[in-house]
Design a binder for this molecule. Structure first.
Ligand code: CUA
Length: 315
């Protein structure tokens, strides 16, 4: 049993190194202050009742500058280092594999683009960045894999993204790290990291006949999206929308990422695309669960790569 969980992702040792730096700096600062207080209290103590009161001093600019500037620089390193790690962890590489996770009292529901699904289990290959899109069906959860040094709140009403790359095959704990109700402590699972070949086999063995975008295409018909967005053009066309800038009626421009699409489906009047009327599209808030919503979003994402007519003919 080590002091730390195993380091099983590319960022794990970076996080540990920063953590060690924080601990060492805090310990050194604390020791320095307490030891100096102790030494001075002893050295300058009053030895007898008739010791004369020492003459007060009125500060020393060089001394004050030294003890302000040096700690400040050490603290600034914490800030710069932490910021660098933060941005690295929040910027997924372009070739990342997508995995979609929905937190729900009290389980983690995982979907893969190929249509594989599991509960409280996550399977990933080594050596490939994995981009997580996290959503919550109900309350705030927190997706936590100690071996990857990965912890991210999953907040209802939004998508959170994070990425990691696993380095060591094995099984690692997956937790919920935010108190989310009675069975919060049971909201735990396992991450299985496999070598790329075993991972391909695992994906193939769990393949269903419908990928996430196929399921999304069915929902696109079921909820009637196809009528306005494809057939009679009262809604904006959705091919080549994902990851592109969208002009809005209020003059702003928004990037059509996953979060934008989510909001555009649930609350379409919040941001209306230029050239289209508000209050045409029904509000889907409360009509559609997070897992289905992710399938719809994945379908709209897929339209950014496929030709126009695939919209009209969902499988
Ligand atoms: Cu979910 Cu705690």
């Amino acid at each position: 049993m080590g002091l730390f969980p195993p380091q099983a992702s590319t960022t794990a040792w970076h996080v540990d190194a920063l953590y060690v730096y924080l601990v060492v700096i805090s310990a050194v600062m604390t020791l320095l202050i307490f030891v100096v207080i102790g030494i001075f209290a002893f050295k300058y103590r009053r030895r007898s009742p008739d010791d004369p009161m020492p003459k007060p001093i009125h500060g020393s600019v060089p001394l004050e500058l030294t003890w302000s500037v040096i700690p400040f620089l050490f603290m600034l390193v914490m800030f710069a280092w932490g910021t660098k790690l933060y941005f690295e962890n929040y910027t997924p590489p372009r070739d990342a594999l997508d995995v979609y996770v929905v937190g729900k009292q009290w389980m983690w529901k995982v979907q893969y683009p190929g249509g594989q699904r599991e509960i409280d289990e996550l399977h990933v290959p080594t050596g490939r960045p994995i981009k997580l899109t996290l959503a919550s069906e109900d309350v705030i959860h927190s997706f936590y894999i100690p071996a990857f040094r990965l912890k991210h709140d999953v907040v209802p009403g939004s998508y959170q993204t994070y990425w990691f790359e696993a380095t060591e095959p094995g099984r690692y704990h997956l937790f919920c790290a935010e108190y989310c109700g009675t069975n919060h402590s049971r909201m735990i699972g396992w991450v299985t990291v496999m070598d790329p070949v075993s991972y391909q086999n695992w994906l193939a063995s769990g393949a269903s006949n419908a990928s996430m975008s196929d399921l999304g295409a069915k929902l696109f018909e079921k909820y009637g999206c196809i009528t306005c967005h494809v057939t009679n053009h009262t809604g904006p066309p959705l091919n080549n929308v994902f990851n592109h800038p969208v002009q809005l009626t209020d003059g702003r421009t928004a990037l059509a990422d996953e979060a934008f699409l989510r909001q555009a489906i649930l609350n379409p009047n919040s941001r209306v695309v230029r050239g289209y009327q508000p209050n045409v599209m029904p509000v889907y808030q409360g009509q559609i669960d997070e897992e289905s919503l992710l399938q719809l979003v994945v379908y709209i994402k897929s339209l950014a790569q496929s030709p126009m007519n695939s919209q009209a003919n969902p499988q």
